[in-house]
Write a protein that binds this ligand. Structure first.
Ligand SMILES: C[S@@+](CC[C@H](N)C(=O)[O-])C[C@H]1O[C@@H](n2cnc3c(N)ncnc32)[C@H](O)[C@@H]1O
Length: 435
């Protein structure tokens, strides 16, 4: 296989990353699209020693359903819209399983449970759009094109909440004053509490692509876009990221707690899926009955606020000041006892905590995609009785578990499908200390 060669292939499997895989002349070929058993014509775009990459130029024998999305061919957002949902779940299960056996080196594992999504479409309550104001004054918003950093403009999105789709339509219908083209990133979020009451329920945070400063006239030129967003009847708050400061809103009420949020801070994107994850954590905490709980990478306290009970102390640690401010306000608002949230880098916290010889019965870990990396050893030194992990990348999770398993026993692994129609999967793991 050489670059630009065209080859006919039969797709064998799907990969974590959204590509399809075929074997050609004993070499692995990653194809930008395709589903198992399909026959495709593929043009080679990269050829290395034992693997190659290519793009599908023709589907010769199809084995796929019909995509409900008009942008499927171009948009890099969802690669599995044409794959039956039951098959999506099976593939996600195999990604977790393969990562644990191949990267983690685990030969025997407790059985893997999969939690299906409640909704397959229109489930995201938070989206990030790329956009630009064109010279004509029209506004284009969309996502990245498959495998590129170029933008594909959309008027609707099959996985975004209907309230967000109304804002996408509104943006696409805007006519602003003619200006030099301006690029931006726009984060839109629906607040379920306000949505249920039919109140304005959308938060919109605009990030100019140019770094914002009062002198940056190009970023300032996006002002009319904010003004127009504020006119939409569903808009609760719209502004530049630098204007967020301490804007705080009621996010939702769940199991007697009113959760708060601040525009732009990290929030799980699938509200229904997040409830399942919170409940999963809560059920395990009930069983383990820990007195001292540590929630590392706690964000605004999403996974631990519901754990407050008499005689228990919870400490959350997180690097984002806004998220910690939000967690503390939620504690105050709900008069929760024994809950502390600290704004600190986890690495710094771990060094200080070990020096102070602090102990915890349970550690909750919800790291970013890159996983725990060199923090694993320090976390193990804390010697907690149990660990609960929520991880958004099975590969980095498997790498971390390989080390954790030298001290901890894996009791349970559960896949939570927060992201239907994409290859992404959230994984929950419960570990108990072997000693
Ligand atoms: C996957 S999010 C989880 C947030 C929270 N548990 C939730 O469910 O909403 C990961 C969080 O880790 C935080 N984070 C990333 N690196 C960090 C670090 N080195 N120290 C502290 N927090 C960090 C991010 O700001 C983000 O809020």
């Amino acid at each position: 296989m050489k670059i630009d060669d065209k080859v006919k292939v039969k797709i064998k499997s799907l990969t974590y990353g959204g590509q399809a895989l075929a074997i050609v002349d004993g070499k692995v070929l990653f194809v930008d699209e395709g589903f198992p058993d399909e026959e495709l014509e593929v043009q080679i775009t990269r050829a290395k020693g034992n693997f190659a990459q290519g793009v599908c130029t023709q589907v010769l024998v199809a084995n796929r359903g019909k995509s409900p999305c008009a942008y499927s061919n171009e948009c890099g957002g969802c690669s599995w819209l044409e794959l039956h949902y039951a098959n999506q779940l099976r593939w996600k299960e195999s990604f977790i399983h393969d990562a644990l056996s191949r990267i983690g080196g685990f030969k025997e594992l407790p059985s893997l449970t999969m939690q299906a999504a409640k909704e397959q479409f229109f489930y995201r309550n938070r989206i990030q759009l790329r956009g630009q104001i064109l010279t004509t004054g029209k506004v284009q918003v969309g996502y990245f094109k498959k495998g590129t950093r170029e933008q594909v403009a959309v008027n609707t999105c099959q996985i975004a909440d209907p309230a967000l789709n109304k804002i996408i339509e509104y943006l696409a219908s805007m006519e602003l004053a003619k200006i030099k083209p301006q690029k931006f990133r726009l984060e839109l979020q629906v607040l379920p509490a306000a949505q249920e009451q039919d109140n304005p329920c959308i938060l919109a945070v605009l990030y100019p692509i140019e770094k914002w400063s009062p002198e940056n006239r190009e970023a300032k030129a996006l002002g009319p876009l904010i003004a127009k967003l504020r006119q939409h009847p569903s808009m609760l708050w719209a502004g530049f990221a630098y204007e967020v400061k301490e804007q705080i809103f009621s996010f939702e009420r769940w199991q007697g707690i009113e959760y708060l949020t601040i525009p732009g801070i990290f929030q799980q994107v699938n509200v229904a899926g997040n409830h399942i994850l919170r409940q999963w954590i809560k059920d395990r905490v009930e069983k383990l009955a820990p007195t001292r709980v540590l929630d590392l990478f706690c964000g605004s306290g999403n996974l631990s606020l519901g754990l407050a009970t008499a005689g228990r102390s919870v400490l959350g640690v997180e690097a984002s000041g806004a998220a910690i401010y939000c967690a503390r306000k939620t504690v105050e608002k709900n008069k929760l006892v024994g809950m502390n949230y600290r704004c600190l880098d986890v690495a710094k916290f771990l060094t200080a905590s070990l020096a102070r010889k602090e102990t915890y019965d349970l550690i909750i870990l919800d790291p970013p995609r890159a996983g725990l990396k060199d923090l694993v050893e320090k976390i193990m030194e804390l010697d907690a009785k149990a660990i609960l992990i929520a991880a958004c990348d099975p590969m980095t999770l498997a790498r971390d578990l390989k080390i954790l398993a030298t001290k901890y026993r894996i009791e349970e692994v559960t896949g939570f499908d927060f992201f239907p129609n994409t290859y992404h999967i959230e994984t929950g793991v419960m570990l108990t200390n072997r000693s």
